[in-house]
Design a protein around this ligand. Structure first.
Ligand SMILES: [Zn+2]
Length: 88
């Protein structure tokens, strides 16, 4: 019997259960790691730069941008390029 990597490839719907478990959790207590300086801190301890429809959360150690979130008429968007990982 041979192992074939294509046997492990499914579409994103197959991850629905896991993703729903993650995205209903309390985000402010989640631990986020900064890609720039490597520090890990609670999302709630990041510095917030707020605008009426958007938020930019910056690392409290090096001021790198970790999370950018915006609410538009077309949906809610989140971009986390500056974060290495998020742990709930
Ligand atoms: Zn940092």
């Amino acid at each position: 019997m041979t192992h074939n990597d294509s046997d492990l490839v499914l579409d994103g719907n197959a991850a629905a259960g896991l993703l729903q478990e993650i995205f209903v959790l309390e985000i402010t207590t989640a631990q986020i790691q900064c890609e720039a300086c490597g520090s890990t801190q609670a999302v709630g301890s990041l510095r917030l730069y707020a605008a009426p429809m958007a938020a930019v959360l910056r690392c409290s150690h090096c001021d790198a941008s970790l999370v950018r979130a915006v609410r538009t008429p077309h949906g809610r968007w989140i971009e986390m390029t500056g974060a290495r990982r998020l742990r709930f």
